[in-house]
Ligand binder design. Sequence first.
Ligand code: KIV
Length: 285
Amino acid sequence: MSTYTIDTATSRATPTPAPGKRLTAPAILARKGGEPIVCLTAYTMRMAQLLDPHCDLLLVGDSLGQVIYGLPSTIPVSLEMMCAHGAAVVRGSWHALVAVDMPFGSYEGSPEQAFDSAATIMKETGCAAVKLEGGEAMAPTIRFLVERGIPVIGHVGLTPQAVNVLGGYGARGKSADEAKKILADAKAVADAGAFCIVVEGVMEEIATKVARTVAPPIIGIGASAECDGQVLVTDDMLGMFERTPRFVKRYDDLAARIGEAAATYAAEVRDRRFPTADQTYRPKA
Ligand code: KIV
């Protein structure tokens, strides 16, 4: 399947993951109110390797549409993209639970369609859970999947796949009606059997209320420090983009550092300071 043991003597791209025991959906569920759950997005093998020792959950988010493919939203993301990146992340990790987003159009049609798509994702990637967006309307689908052996992460509040209905990516829960709906959505998803729920882009007060009210752990993104865990898009928190949402904290400025490294390389190539004797093959003396 997807857990490779590869001889690294000839390949720098696929070092063998250290053996270990992966976190499971019940282990994450049991973290409600306990040690905060650490989650980051990952889309590639190497990034998964780097993040895995520090994370409980690695999310192969459909945000890869914008981050990796330069798409304008998550809507064009396909099942094939999610499977390819999901398998890479599973290959690069050994400790965190890997969850893969179900892309737009792969699950909303019916519970049966959702099951087929989720089963494809799990078979092709080796991941241990899927995430899907939506509240009360998706609760029967979540129940259908969970009852058939598929651990599900819910996602309520700002649901980017619904951007055309929501009218943008602004924070949710500003009106009393919206706040009530977010709480009802979270409760429905929890009752349907989701083992944790992402709450994205909602007013702090309502996110706190959700975290205090529903049984499974709430993983916040632009939500509340009182959530049971936090998730960020890794490229955002590493400073890969000029513009990031308000809720992102930049822990590095990788875009600038990559630019500097590329500029140094370019200058050295142009004035023939690279390669040197250290980087060329010569007969042994
Ligand atoms: O697609 C994604 O990366 C996500 C997170 C932002 C939660 O859904």
